[in-house]
Design a protein around this ligand. Structure first.
Ligand SMILES: Cc1cc2nc3c(=O)[nH]c(=O)nc-3n(C[C@H](O)[C@H](O)[C@H](O)COP(=O)(O)OP(=O)(O)OC[C@H]3O[C@@H](n4cnc5c(N)ncnc54)[C@H](O)[C@@H]3O)c2cc1C
Ligand code: HEM
Length: 512
């Protein structure tokens, strides 16, 4: 897998460069009308009101029929072969009517996956399910293919020879194994020095008979299932030496394994969930929690800087998934290093929030399903920049926590942070920022901006504006500065526009 070819990233015409619209990956939510939260939708779904309008018998729906239902008062959508009547859901859609209507009357599978692959539409739209889409196959005969490909693996089986459609990616890996009395070590050999242990997310399943391996990168994800030849214990570690080594403990000590088992390439990448235990919980502000979770012993996952995981819950039988950035316990602890067993999240609780509210009642010792991390950002993006300028609003600061920590403690980059909040009580880790400013005198500067300050506040006030940006950015050597932006969509869009308007010649901008 190609993790991050230095010379190609960001490409000259990349959206990460200022001047072209940057990707807004976070918080493009619209304010929903009162009574139109997800919880309200769940209540309506369960109320017995007919949301299908086609009777309860599932229909077989042609593309021609689907196309007719593309109006807000009569909207159907097809996703992964299932057709739903979304007419009543429109006003509950957190991304807004116009966004949702882009998929109306269409097979919107790719659009949906592009925007929010993690959303559990099957469960959320169950009461609006009207049938299946008749797949219109091209006239040539299509061979039936199995859902996964089975490849026997012994010494140095070259997987790419057997799975031609993944050749480009897989030819970088060869598999092998070695063993001693206690352990069986599965080796993934790659030509690329960029492949790290953090790219491997592994889970032992089926009582030690199966190993699930996801290889996650910024460009592509791969997924394998290995039916192990013999049983292993529920403990795993992954190390990078000459190759990536997945270290498993034999259940039967001393048993000689002829090979490690059967390796299957999974055709599609689906976010895998495993139960994680809440270790501790504390308040960072009046409405924001710091949560410490532990992965099960059977899991290896090291979410890289800038990555987010998914939490999942079930509200009245409806499955809800949301992404949350992997944070850290304290930004002032220079020695903090993420490990493969623990991770932290900083989560703001919304009064009507379906998932964020779950954390209020989740007690230490309780479990919650956590999905494999995803990453849109890679540290390599900022490696050649001397300065970093971060503009964050509210919990939009979460993706920047580990980046800030990395820049200050692991590099000699200068960092400037513009942090936008409503009131002083909303500022995350205010005292820690002051400590960091003292510790990294001249290398770190934070400007707090409050939209609703009290009278005593003598810092920046109001919303982001061009004069404010000019003042903040004035001391940056623009050409060698990388800019991060994250916050609610209105904030992100405006900030990107202002940066363009004032012709900031920053070489790169990244909007989370
Ligand atoms: C890549 C990514 C990373 C994220 N990381 C974090 C993180 O580290 N910490 C964190 O707290 N959140 C993070 N979020 C947001 C998070 O995924 C949820 O959207 C958020 O917690 C609300 O979910 P909910 O189910 O509680 O609210 P919902 O039930 O979806 O919404 C209920 C109500 O809450 C309000 N609301 C919900 N979300 C927002 C919002 N973003 N801005 C303003 N009002 C809102 C709205 O009034 C809404 O009607 C991230 C989102 C993305 C896409
Ligand atoms: C295919 C057309 C669709 C488009 C273009 C679209 C677009 C969007 C956008 C832009 C957002 C805001 C993203 C964010 O801030 O994280 C969003 C959020 C959301 N959409 Fe859609 N959407 C589509 C279909 C659907 C469908 C069919 C559902 C049904 C369940 C759905 C459920 C949601 C949910 C639950 C969120 C909030 C996600 C979160 O907070 O994690 N969307 N959508």
């Amino acid at each position: 897998i190609s993790i991050m070819p230095k010379e190609l990233f960001p490409a000259a015409n990349s959206a990460q460069r200022l001047g072209v619209p940057a990707p807004v990956l976070n918080n493009t939510k619209v304010p929903l009308q009162r009574g139109r939260s997800l919880m309200d939708w769940i209540r309506l779904s369960k109320s017995g009101v007919d949301l299908r309008g086609t009777g309860s018998k599932p229909l077989q729906i042609s593309m021609e029929e689907l196309k007719k239902h593309d109006k807000p008062n009569d909207a159907w959508i097809a996703i992964r072969g299932y057709v739903f009547n979304i007419t009543r859901y429109i006003e509950y859609h957190p991304g807004g009517e116009s966004e949702l209507m882009r998929g109306a009357g269409k097979d919107a599978t790719s659009l949906f996956e592009e925007v929010h692959r993690w959303v559990n539409f099957e469960s959320m739209l169950k009461s609006t399910f009207i049938g299946t889409l008749i797949q219109e196959l091209p006239s040539r005969t299509i061979k039936k293919t199995p859902s996964s490909l089975t490849v026997p693996v012994g010494n140095l089986a070259r997987t790419s020879n057997m799975i031609s459609q993944f050749r480009n990616v897989l030819q970088l890996f060869q598999t092998d194994f070695r063993q001693n009395e206690d352990t069986i070590v599965i080796l993934f050999k790659s030509d690329s020095a960029n492949v790290l242990a953090e790219n491997f997310v592994c889970d032992i399943t089926e009582n030690g008979k199966c190993l699930h391996v996801d290889i996650v990168s910024i460009t592509s994800n791969l997924s394998y299932t290995i039916n192990l030849l013999h049983q292993v214990e529920n403990t795993i570690s992954v190390e990078k030496n000459q190759s990536i080594e997945i270290i498993l403990k034999k259940s039967k000590r001393g048993l000689n394994w002829d090979n490690f088992g059967f390796l299957m390439q999974n055709r599609s990448f689906q976010t895998k969930f495993r139960p994680c235990t809440l270790v501790s919980k504390s308040n960072v502000t009046h409405d924001t929690l710091l949560l410490h979770f532990r992965f099960p012993d059977s899991t290896h996952m090291i979410p890289p800087i800038g990555a987010h995981v998914f939490f999942q819950t079930n509200v009245d039988g409806v499955v809800i998934r949301r992404p949350y950035t992997v944070a850290m316990p304290s930004i002032t602890d220079g020695g903090y290093k993420i490990d493969s067993k623990n991770f932290y999240a900083v989560i703001k609780v919304y009064s009507t929030g379906a998932l964020s509210n779950v954390f209020v009642n989740l007690n230490p010792g309780s479990e919650i399903p956590v999905g494999t991390y995803e990453m849109k950002f890679h540290l390599e993006m900022i490696s050649s920049f001397k300065q970093v300028f971060m503009l964050a609003a509210g919990t939009g600061f979460t993706p920047m926590i580990r980046i800030l920590h990395h820049c200050l403690f692991k590099t000699d980059k200068k960092v400037k942070l513009g942090l936008f909040n409503k009131q002083q009580r909303d500022i995350l880790w205010k005292n820690d920022f002051e400590t960091l400013q003292r510790q990294f005198n001249g290398r770190f500067l934070v400007n707090h901006v409050l939209s609703h300050p009290d009278q005593a506040w003598d810092g920046f006030k109001g919303r982001i504006s061009i004069p404010m940006l000019r003042e903040m950015i004035s001391s940056c050597e623009i050409d060698s500065t990388f800019v991060f932006v994250c916050g609610p969509s209105a904030f992100t869009k405006l900030t990107l526009k202002f940066l363009t308007d004032i012709r900031v010649k920053c070489s790169s901008v990244f909007a989370f």
